[in-house]
Design a protein around this ligand. Structure first.
Ligand SMILES: [Zn+2]
Length: 1007
């Protein structure tokens, strides 16, 4: 071994130094390998001496965020090699160690590795640092002393979380978790760490990478190679003086500087932590603590480390569960090193949240940052979401942020996004300066590849002089590490590579704006991600809970605001904020898209139940407050069935939360009397309720008999006629609809003009199935080739009339989808409505099948329109270019419209988000059946409705927007016991000036 013998300098023979690049390079690689020749190479000397700890005491296991004192089932003294589990369990240990004599004066570290996440705590239970295997040798060390004192004793608590940092997928990262994993305590020891050896190790690591990754047309890669070779020749393993001499050789190389024209990389640390994904929210709380504590500790040694941190929710989690750590974070925030970015409550999905919810992400988030840290975030930060709504520039600017950082668009399947630094122009014309880090990741490790990619990938060379590199392990947390910072120090200004300067988000963007704003290109409209488009459909129950919840929150705020404004009730600020936070959390970019594990979805569904229940309760409380005011008599909710007793007359009360008048066929609870002369229709079932036509003014509370108008009786007629065997025609004053025995529409005529909406010979409401096997990302992706596997479900049975008018007619049929799944659908037409309803129940037990419904439409237009937040997005109906081809599965909210001048057809849904209008066909995506990461995704019963709305004129003039709100949130009559209540807010409070304008919400600002 080289350490033996005299330490005379080596004198290589010149003829030996041949031009064998491969051998020279591989020799240097092996010299720092942690696999090969570690008994004689440099890497093997990083920890030249080790000593077992004195004792590892197992306290037992506990739940999350508890202390060792609350652990049970302890095994007492345990040893390296023992195993602990199962998956998701928490185990607590006390580690006691004493520094041996021979370690004196050296850097000594505690090394701990269980192959899963862990955190070291003080004995007072303050979190100190995460201990997590991050794929390499990093973050399994905890520095005890840089100059150890012999005999010094250390005692720590260690919390072991039985989950690897990227979840516990069974035989594959995104597979459903294996619940029975155990984790072995592979390492727990004191070790001497040799900083001189480490310094040389990082030098060589970079030299080897430069030699292998840099373009060998240029001399720099050879200079790196020969410098590495020189070092390997000169290095005497185990001899620290030789490390220092070799480090000096490396320093000379790294200090050869660039010319003035070289591009600069602005670097900053970050840690993308998914609020839930391959783990639940509960584990994320701890991921935050581990990542943030580790980062703060690293800041002590690396003054250039600045850390950008988003998601107010994650700050709040730490505040609640780790107050000591949160105080340290606050100090680092005040020092300008822990930098709050994003301004939103969580890094949300940016496709599906409704208008108000998307605005609240910013409102609730920015308020938190202001309240906690005295300032709003200035940079909107959303690196990892599955497409970017065209409404974001206006909203982020309104929330005080004119700069935007993101990254995911680099995942596009077909087309490469043409800019990295650019102006993004939103729906209303607002422009924000936007940057995508060109390394195409937010989790850089500061490798030569990433540094080179940050330059070579940059699409704006010449226009800008800087691009951004985000380093730090992410997704499952982790953050920056020692190795990343060591590499960055060496690459500050090294000839042949871009300069790297530590920066902050604001520093980078303000410089970009001041130096390059005038030369940046502009991207107008949405940034559609050409991947993960199945996320508009996966986890139908989550999507439905989201849509329903948005309306329930609106109801609760509307009545609570009026009741408090009129001093009839206190405004429930605290409770509303509580449920808004849960609701916004569930719009996180792996929950609303449905791309998490089953346990994460189950918890999200519990949160939705909580939100819905509380919002409904607030609504009832507010409504009752508004109804009692005029008489002074309480107007309480009627008990179910109270109206069956003829002595108790109940009164109808209802709220119209929308800023337009409405007329709807409504279910009237038993006991509420509909005045004589009004049309009524017996409801199916035996609860005594009836259908009646109800008319209410815009925004406000309506009650009593005035909502039923006798004058409507003559116009309120709808009928169902059997046209041929098993085929029916439904008609009212607006539409004629013919339905064949398969439940498909054979004709759809707008009465006013007599125009047929369906193309000749084609049917509407065709249920279709597709094989839905993506390339990898099961819950996320539907690939374009699925369209080649289309099968029409035309085996309907039992088409029969179930309602006969005069207010609503319905036919119902059943389709056996497969041996495992079936569907029952009720097609209805109401007397006053311009659209046909399709209420659908599906018992769904498929494997990688996709259910959609199709409506062909006889119009000619190059664009179709899809609802988005506070507006709509137009997208091509053809496949002219590769950008058009990529748009085969698209996000829309409540409606999608395919119109030509003067005529068109809209479809509306009450809980769906996936659409495609192309080639004279509108498709709605209904249900999927992926198996990873949630093995039971979407299995079971589903209930949803969609509607088809053929119309004259544009969709705006035809009222598609309003009707889509009405369709989603029908008027609901509540029975009230008071005999003659009056509403304190009798409607008409706020009314739209024009169809295109609407009041989005009514709520009371926090004081
Ligand atoms: Zn993410």
């Amino acid at each position: 071994m080289q350490t033996s013998g005299p330490s005379a300098a080596r004198q290589p023979l010149p003829e030996v130094n041949m031009k064998f690049k491969r051998a020279t390079l591989e020799r240097a690689e092996k010299f720092i390998s942690d696999i090969y020749f570690t008994d004689v190479n440099l890497r093997g000397q990083l920890y030249p001496d080790t000593q077992p700890v004195e004792e590892i005491h197992h306290y037992g296991s506990s739940g999350r965020y508890l202390s060792p004192a609350q652990a049970t089932g302890g095994r007492g003294e345990v040893k390296v090699g023992d195993s602990f589990g199962p998956t998701w369990a928490t185990h607590w240990f006390r580690v006691t160690a004493e520094v041996p004599e021979r370690f004196a004066g050296q850097q000594v570290r505690l090394r701990w590795n269980t192959g899963c996440e862990a955190m070291v705590y003080s004995t007072e239970n303050e979190p100190l640092q995460g201990l997590t295997e991050l794929g390499g040798q990093e973050r399994t060390d905890f520095i005890l002393s840089r100059s150890a004192v012999a005999g010094q004793r250390y005692v720590f608590h260690i919390e072991m979380a039985c989950n690897p940092i990227m979840g516990a997928g069974h035989a594959g990262m995104i597979n459903p978790p294996d619940p029975n994993r155990t984790f072995t305590l592979a390492q727990c020891e004191l070790a001497v760490y040799d900083p001189d050896c480490a310094a040389l190790y990082y030098d060589l690591e970079l030299l080897v990478a430069m030699a292998s990754k840099m373009d060998d047309k240029w001399p720099r890669s050879y200079q790196a190679l020969y410098t590495a070779n020189e070092i390997v020749n000169a290095c005497r393993v185990g001899d620290r003086d030789s490390y220092k001499r070799c480090h000096e050789i490396a320093r000379q190389f790294f200090n050869q500087h660039n010319g003035d024209s070289q591009l600069t990389i602005a670097s900053m640390a970050n840690c993308h932590i998914d609020c839930a994904w391959l783990w639940t929210y509960e584990e994320t709380v701890r991921k935050c603590a581990r990542s943030f504590a580790s980062t703060l500790r690293l800041m002590e040694d690396y003054p250039e480390l600045n850390f950008a941190c988003s998601q107010a929710q994650q700050y709040e989690w730490v505040k609640v569960h780790y107050p000591g750590l949160y105080d340290r974070m606050k100090t680092a925030v005040a020092d300008g090193r822990f930098i709050s970015v994003g301004g939103s409550w969580v890094e949300m999905d940016a496709n599906m949240p409704g208008s108000e919810a998307l605005a609240r992400q910013f409102l609730v988030g920015q308020r938190f940052f202001k309240q906690e840290f005295g300032q709003y975030c200035q940079v909107f930060w959303l690196p990892d979401t599955f497409g970017y709504s065209s409404q974001l520039p206006q909203l982020m600017t309104s929330a005080g942020m004119k700069y935007f950082l993101t990254q995911k668009i680099s995942w596009n399947l077909i087309n490469k996004f043409p800019h990295h630094s650019f102006k993004w122009q939103g729906l209303d014309g607002t422009q924000v300066i936007t940057h995508f880090p060109p390394a195409n990741t937010y989790g850089c490790e500061v490798t030569i590849d990433e540094v080179l990619n940050t330059v070579t990938n940059l699409e704006d060379k010449g226009r800008v002089s800087e691009s951004l590199m985000l380093y730090g392990y992410g997704d499952g947390g982790g953050g920056p590490t020692e190795g990343m910072l060591e590499r960055m120090q060496r690459l500050k200004d090294c000839d042949g590579l871009p300069r790297i300067r530590p920066s902050t988000p604001m520093d980078f963007f303000s410089k970009l704006e001041s130096t390059s704003a005038s030369s940046l290109c502009t991207w107008v409209g949405e940034m559609y991600l050409e991947l993960h488009n199945a996320t508009y459909t996966t986890q139908a129950e989550i999507k439905k809970a989201n849509r329903v919840g948005e309306f329930l929150l609106r109801d609760a705020e509307t009545v609570s605001a009026f009741a408090s404004l009129l001093k009839l009730a206190d405004y429930p600020h605290t409770e509303l904020l509580r449920i808004w936070k849960l609701f916004l959390l569930n719009q996180f970019h792996d929950i609303l898209p449905g791309t998490s594990i089953e346990a994460a979805h189950d918890l999200a569904k519990d949160y939705y139940k909580d939100v819905h229940k509380s919002a409904k309760q607030m609504f009832v409380t507010g409504l009752d407050a508004l109804l009692t005011s005029s008489t002074g008599q309480p107007s309480t909710e009627a008990a179910a069935g109270a109206g069956t007793d003829s002595s108790s007359v109940l009164t109808a009360a209802l709220v119209n939360p929308f800023s337009w008048q409405r007329e709807e066929v409504c279910s009237v609870p038993a006991g509420v009397q509909v005045p004589d002369g009004c049309s009524v229709q017996r409801n199916a079932g035996d609860d005594g309720s009836v259908l009646a036509l109800v008319q209410v003014p815009s925004l406000g509370v309506a009650c009593g008999k005035t909502i039923f108008s006798a004058s409507q009786a003559s116009t309120a007629v709808v009928e169902a006629v059997e046209e041929s065997v098993g085929a029916y025609r439904l008609s009212n004053k607006h539409l004629h609809v013919t339905i064949d025995r398969h439940g498909q529409l054979t004709s759809l005529i707008v009465n006013k003009t007599g125009r047929e909406a369906l193309p000749e010979g084609q049917t509407g409401n065709r249920l279709v199935m597709f094989d839905d096997i993506p390339l990898f990302w099961d819950a996320w992706d539907v690939m374009p080739y699925h369209l080649e596997t289309r099968r029409v479900l035309d085996n309907a049975t039992e088409l029969r009339v179930t309602e006969t008018g005069p207010l609503r007619v319905s036919v119902q049929y059943k389709v056996q989808i497969s041996e495992r799944s079936h569907l029952v659908q009720t097609i209805s037409l109401c007397s006053n409505e311009e659209f046909v309803r399709f209420h659908t129940r599906v018992d769904w037990h498929e494997n990688r099948q996709f259910l959609k419904v199709e409506f062909p439409v006889d119009v000619s237009s190059t664009e179709a329109t899809y609802e988005t937040q506070f507006g709509h997005t137009r997208r091509p109906t053809h496949s002219n270019t590769s950008w058009d081809v990529a748009k085969f599965e698209l996000c829309g909210h409540k409606w999608c419209d395919y119109s030509e001048y003067g005529f068109g057809m809209a479809v509306m849904t009450d809980c769906k988000y996936g659409y495609c209008a192309k080639d004279k066909l509108i498709r709605i995506s209904l249900l999927r059946s992926p198996k990873a990461p949630d093995g039971n995704s979407d299995m079971g019963c589903h209930e949803f409705s969609y509607a088809v709305f053929p119309h004259q004129g544009s969709f705006q003039d035809a009222g598609v927007i309003r009707q889509s709100y009405n369709f989603n949130h029908p008027l609901s009559i509540m029975a009230r016991a008071s005999s003659s209540p009056q509403a304190a807010v009798p409607g008409g409070y706020l009314s739209d000036g024009h169809y295109g304008m609407r009041a989005q919400c009514v709520y009371r600002r926090a004081s």
